[in-house]
Write a protein that binds this ligand. Structure first.
Ligand SMILES: *[C@@H]1O[C@H](CO)[C@@H](O)[C@H](O)[C@H]1NC(C)=O
Ligand SMILES: *[C@@H]1O[C@H](CO)[C@@H](O)[C@H](O)[C@H]1NC(C)=O
Ligand SMILES: *[C@@H]1O[C@H](CO)[C@@H](O)[C@H](O)[C@H]1NC(C)=O
Ligand SMILES: *[C@@H]1O[C@H](CO)[C@@H](O)[C@H](O)[C@H]1NC(C)=O
Ligand SMILES: *[C@@H]1O[C@H](CO)[C@@H](O)[C@H](O)[C@H]1NC(C)=O
Ligand SMILES: *[C@@H]1O[C@H](CO)[C@@H](O)[C@H](O)[C@H]1NC(C)=O
Ligand SMILES: *[C@@H]1O[C@H](CO)[C@@H](O)[C@H](O)[C@H]1NC(C)=O
Length: 417
């Protein structure tokens, strides 16, 4: 994951918020939309509270930039007193970065039935986001359409991927639903949920090549009461990652793979990070992913935080390389020193793995690798029966500094102290 880019994003958001609070919000009136004269049998854009981007002049050829028309539809819908809809009908629409800022006067729905194609004119994405929803309450995003980041054209050009935009970003959203749509080939994370509350993410399909860098399906940070349910996710990074400051996160009925699994973390990277608590991952299937369910914290964490009350249950593993893994020694940038190592500032406690079955593609079906300075505690393995699918070796559990209990669990996996 490219962290420089996330830091830049946070700075950018702060700048936008400052600008938004300094400037008086322009109140768009429906009549202000430069809608073309309605054709016979058609309604003008805005009729019935529906702002159809094609009626505002957007061309569905997948080549003409429609950012202006969609931005116009947003401005009108967000300024409408009644519930209003931004409609992306069937067809392909090429767009650059979109700024869907609130607060809105009434509730807004974004109905995506066609395909939004993210431009590959990279300098346009100076804010790190493609579709950025900011400070909106009571938001609905739904439809049978697709948000296509067109990332396959850029992944290989810059393997560091430092400045690529996330596809759909929810910042400071309160009470929202995102459902039904497909997200394809994001240049960076497909969905990033930040400082948001009470958001339901339902029935999504998220797809990117298994070798595409940093294409996390859904990343959640500094947010609470977020439910992700009924998703099919296969990408080149974590299917779902839950970062610092997250609480009351429920992930249910998700099928994940390829990808790096469902993760809590990485934790401990930033000085302002907050605790993670009350995370439930339930009724999921992990298929040929590199990890199943994982908790990862930086070995050289810069802030003391705690990840606690994490429950992973009713999970089926199918040929997963590391089905159950806690890694307190995560250090991908290889900058950890013996000194930083001794800090190990992230505490992991009260973690339940219950009813986890299926197969592991490596002998180590369970790895609970905690630090000696900060042992993991209250880790319970209950009904955990995952077996190595290969023939040349046997299933094992590897534990270091992990305290807890095992019950009704494959003997070879019960490595807890
Ligand atoms: C996004 O729109 C809001 C409100 O219209 C505005 O205050 C803000 O400056 C815009 N941000 C960008 C990056 O254009
Ligand atoms: C949440 O948003 C939905 C959709 O706009 C709305 O129908 C509902 O009333 C909102 N709930 C609350 C508690 O505001
Ligand atoms: C998430 O699910 C829980 C449990 O079903 C429910 O209590 C909560 O209201 C849900 N939250 C949202 C945002 O839908
Ligand atoms: C998600 O799919 C289920 C099963 O098809 C359906 O019952 C539910 O209404 C859908 N949710 C949304 C928000 O569309
Ligand atoms: C632990 O998490 C569960 C599920 O999110 C929640 O219902 C419960 O209240 C939490 N318990 C504590 C002690 O925080
Ligand atoms: C265990 O999890 C599987 C899904 O992997 C589910 O079908 C089964 O009902 C669960 N068993 C119990 C006792 O909850
Ligand atoms: C069996 O797996 C263990 C743990 O990964 C490894 O150390 C050992 O070399 C393997 N044995 C064989 C015969 O592959």
């Amino acid at each position: 994951m490219a962290f420089g880019s996330n830091v830049m994003r946070v700075l950018f958001i702060l700048m936008v918020l400052f600008a938004a609070s300094a400037a008086k919000r322009p109140v768009a009136k429906k009549s202000a939309a430069p809608a073309p004269a309605p054709e016979a049998g058609e309604e003008a854009s805005g009729a019935g509270g529906i702002f159809d981007i094609t009626k505002l002049g957007a061309t569905s050829d997948g080549k003409t930039d429609c950012s202006k028309e969609i931005q116009e539809a947003w401005k009108s819908a967000c300024g409408a007193a009644e519930q209003a809809t931004v409609l992306v009908p069937k067809g392909e629409f090429l767009v650059g970065p979109l700024n869907f800022s609130g607060p809105c006067k009434g509730d807004v729905k974004i109905q995506i039935d066609g395909t939004l194609l993210g431009t590959n004119d990279l300098p346009k994405y100076d804010g790190g986001s493609w579709i950025n929803i900011l400070k909106v309450e009571n938001l609905v995003i739904t439809g049978s359409g697709t948000i296509d980041g067109q990332g396959t054209n850029v992944y290989t050009k810059d393997p560091e991927a430092q400045a690529f935009p996330n596809s759909l970003v929810l910042d400071f959203v309160k009470n929202g639903t995102v459902s039904g749509i497909t997200l394809l080939n994001s240049k960076f994370f497909h969905i990033n949920i930040y400082k948001s509350e009470d958001v339901k993410v339902e029935n999504l399909t998220i797809t990117a090549p298994g070798n595409s860098p940093n294409t996390d399906g859904i990343h959640i940070g500094d947010s609470s009461n977020i439910n992700v349910t009924g998703a099919t996710i296969g990408t080149g990074d974590d299917c779902i990652s839950i970062g610092g400051g997250s609480s009351r996160i429920r992930v249910t009925r998700v099928t994940c793979g390829p990808g790096q699994g469902i993760s809590v973390g990485c934790l401990g990277r930033y000085k302002d990070e907050k605790d993670v608590s009350d995370v439930t991952v339930k009724d999921c299937v992990l298929r040929s992913s590199t990890n199943g369910v994982r908790i990862k914290t930086y070995e050289d964490a810069v802030k003391s935080i705690t990840a606690s009350n994490l429950t992973f249950e009713n999970i089926k593993m199918e040929d997963v390389a590391n089905p159950i893994i806690i890694d307190q020694n995560y250090c991908p940038e290889k900058v950890c020193t013996a000194k930083s190592k001794s800090k190990s500032a992230v505490t992991v406690k009260d973690v339940i793995f219950r009813n986890i079955t299926g197969t592991s593609s490596t002998p180590e079906a369970v790895s609970l690798l905690c630090s000696d300075k900060q042992p993991c505690s209250g880790v319970d393995l209950i009904d955990v029966n995952v077996e190595y699918s290969g023939k040349n070796n046997k299933t094992i559990g590897v534990c270091s500094n992990a305290k807890g209990t095992a019950k009704d669990t494959l003997q070879a996996l019960a490595c807890l102290a």
